[in-house]
Every structure is written in structure tokens, then in C-alpha cells.
Design a protein around this ligand. Structure first.
Ligand SMILES: [Zn+2]
Length: 280
């Protein structure tokens, strides 16, 4: 099964009412673990890396590895550039073969956001790649540190951005946050419902690490089609590595396998929650 466009995965999910997990990766083991989980239960998959992670995983190295893994996978895999901040870097991802890109201009007033998204849409169209935008701001940015304050998405701004840019997916701020939640997240389902009534495109939920299974399923029933999982992956990989290091006999290769397993377990868990098994 080849590397695919994100839009094709999301439109099938929209028709059949399930969610597709978009899992952040940082190294080879994480890519391998994600693909093994998706293949095992025959699920579509999105693997992604955010621009903020590139100091740890340079794009010119991790990008080709993600693309190659997707091309050889037995399930459809989209390779996504998450939270693109500069058109130049987004262009580098497209040159490498990423099949979708996100431009995060959600901190700007809506008209400027639309303008930035328009530039990326024009660029991505030349590659036949999908585009995700964001309306409203999450409490914590994707590096998991900075506090931005939480600004809910305005459904009419979502509609306006969609109509002006014709993007493939829009990420919302409905009480979700990046990183770990300090207290139990309370998603605003009414806002999600209002938005879905106004726009007919796949919606995206960022900050999926720590949302309950019940809330994930409710969000999916109300039109969320892409769910971003980052922090939970990194924690699961780190935890497996930590457990392994408690063993008295250890070596690099087994450590590598345990890191792959950490990703595999977390991806499998979320695929089951999002109900994308058997949808490849
Ligand atoms: Zn995000």
C-alpha cells in the first residue's frame, strides 16, 4: 500500500465515521512501532513531525525515513508536517515528499491567518499535497511548554477560513491543549457541534494525550477525523526504555526493540479507541 494523501484517509473516515490517529515520531524506532501497530490491525495511519521537533530530529534525515517507511507499509500511510511555522520549511517537507502539511497561523487575526494559509495552499497544490490549518489557540503550544492562554475557535471564523482557502482539514481549539493536562480536560462539544453544522470538512483535534476514551469517541461522533497524539508516544517510548534499563543484563539492540515496542503499544491503544481497525 503506498504513501497516500491525508485527504483521502480523512474523507473515508468521514464517510464511515471513525477517527485516524496522527502520531508524532522522533526516530526510527517510533516510525517502525507505529507502522507495525497499524499493519497488525489493518488501520490507516498518519505519521507526523512538528517543526518544533526538528532540532532533535532533522527534517532532511527523519523526513526520508518517514516517506520510505510509508511507501513500504502494508496499510495506507500519510506523512504529515505538523505545526509548520515558516513557508520555507513547509516547502522543504513538500520537496521531500510529505503528503500533507499544516500551517499554524492561529495566533494571527483571522484575515491574516487566511492569508498565510492561502500561501501554503497554493504551494501544496503544486505537489498535490493536503493542507491543514488551525483556528483558535490551544492553551499550550506544541513544544508543551509555553502558555498561550486558551482561545476557543469561533465557528464562523472556521467557516470563513474554509470558504476562502478550501483546505482539507481544520484544527479546532475546544478545550484541548498540547502536552500533559494539568487537570482533566473539558471538551466543549457544543462548540464542536456548532462548527460541524457550518462546515463539511474533516476536523482535527490536537492535544490528544490525556483525553478520555469516552471523550475521544464523542468528539469523533461529532466530526473529529484526525486526532494528534504526540506526548503520549514520547512518554510510552521513554517508559519502555526506562523499564528495560532496570534489567541487569542489557544491550543497545534490545533497548532499541523496547523503544519500538513503547510506540507500538501506544499507537495500537489509540487505533482501537479511534475505531480505525480494519479500515485500511
Ligand atoms: Zn498541535
Amino acid at each position: 500500500m503506498p504513501l497516500v494523501q491525508m485527504s483521502s484517509l480523512l474523507s473515508k473516515a468521514d464517510t464511515e465515521n471513525y477517527g485516524v490517529g496522527a502520531f508524532s515520531v522522533g526516530n526510527m524506532e517510533m516510525i517502525m512501532g507505529a507502522i507495525r501497530a497499524a499493519e497488525e490491525v489493518n488501520s490507516p495511519l498518519i505519521i507526523q513531525i512538528a517543526q518544533a521537533r526538528l532540532p532533535y530530529s532533522p527534517l532532511h534525515m527523519i523526513g526520508p525515513m518517514m516517506i520510505s517507511a510509508a511507501e513500504k507499509a502494508r496499510v495506507p500511510v500519510a506523512v504529515h508536517f505538523d505545526h509548520g511555522l515558516d513557508v520555507d520549511v513547509i516547502g522543504q517537507a513538500l520537496d521531500l515528499g510529505f503528503t500533507s502539511v499544516m500551517i499554524d497561523a492561529s495566533h494571527l487575526p483571522i484575515d491574516q491567518n487566511i492569508e498565510e494559509v492561502g500561501k501554503v495552499k497554493e504551494l501544496a497544490d503544486r505537489y498535490g499535497a493536503s493542507v491543514e490549518a488551525e483556528v483558535g489557540q490551544l492553551g499550550v503550544d506544541e513544544s508543551g511548554i509555553e502558555t498561550l492562554g486558551n482561545f476557543y475557535s469561533d465557528p464562523y471564523e472556521v467557516k470563513k477560513l474554509y470558504e476562502k482557502t478550501n483546505v482539507d482539514a481544520i484544527a479546532l481549539s475546544i478545550g484541548n491543549a498540547h502536552g500533559l493536562y494539568k487537570k482533566e480536560p473539558k471538551l466543549n462539544f457544543q462548540l464542536l457541534n456548532e462548527t460541524k453544522k457550518l462546515v463539511s470538512l474533516p476536523l482535527v483535534l490536537h492535544g490528544g494525550s490525556g483525553i478520555s476514551q469516552e471523550d475521544f469517541r464523542k468528539a469523533i461522533s461529532l466530526g473529529i477525523r484526525k486526532v494528534n497524539i504526540a506526548t503520549a508516544n514520547f512518554m510510552s517510548v521513554e517508559q519502555e526504555a526506562r523499564n528495560y534499563c532496570k534489567d541487569t543484563k542489557r544491550d543497545y539492540f534490545n533497548l532499541s526493540s523496547r523503544m519500538e515496542k513503547g510506540m507500538y503499544l501506544n499507537v495500537l491503544k489509540h487505533i482501537r479507541i479511534f475505531q480505525s481497525m480494519g479500515k485500511a
